[in-house]
Design a protein around this ligand. Sequence first.
Ligand SMILES: Cc1cc2nc3c(=O)[nH]c(=O)nc-3n(C[C@H](O)[C@H](O)[C@H](O)COP(=O)(O)OP(=O)(O)OC[C@H]3O[C@@H](n4cnc5c(N)ncnc54)[C@H](O)[C@@H]3O)c2cc1C
Length: 109
Amino acid sequence: MVEFLKAAEVGEEMRWADISKKSVNKLALELSASIYRADGKSTFKEEFVTAGGVDLKEIEFKTFASKKIPNLYFAGEVLNIDAVTGGFNFQAAWTGGWIVGNAMAEAFK
Ligand SMILES: Cc1cc2nc3c(=O)[nH]c(=O)nc-3n(C[C@H](O)[C@H](O)[C@H](O)COP(=O)(O)OP(=O)(O)OC[C@H]3O[C@@H](n4cnc5c(N)ncnc54)[C@H](O)[C@@H]3O)c2cc1C
């Protein structure tokens, strides 16, 4: 069990809504006041929490429109950009969003 959950007497499977106020306070104290020793870093790529999404082959990248379904656009995390992006996911989401916004405004004017 995760150490800070154990210390705050919160079960790993507990739902947030079911946690008592006392345990929430213990958890906040545990997270903000405890000292944890780092044993090293984990394997590269373990930090990836999401993968998958709409296949890039299905996207027209000039407008980010779906090649399959007319008037459907995708941008950001919903696309299957699965690579070592080095923190450029935000940039991809913002740029894609801007392109989609412009393309939609053009398509529906
Ligand atoms: C822990 C973590 C750290 C990260 N660190 C970095 C970093 O350092 N640099 C970087 O570039 N990227 C980082 N990323 C990735 C980055 O956060 C995402 O790529 C980016 O936020 C994607 O933006 P988005 O708008 O596509 O999706 P999101 O930010 O996920 O936005 C989607 C929104 O849609 C809403 N939503 C979902 N379903 C529905 C629905 N049915 N109806 C209405 N709304 C809905 C959600 O609530 C959410 O607000 C990190 C991601 C995580 C999880």
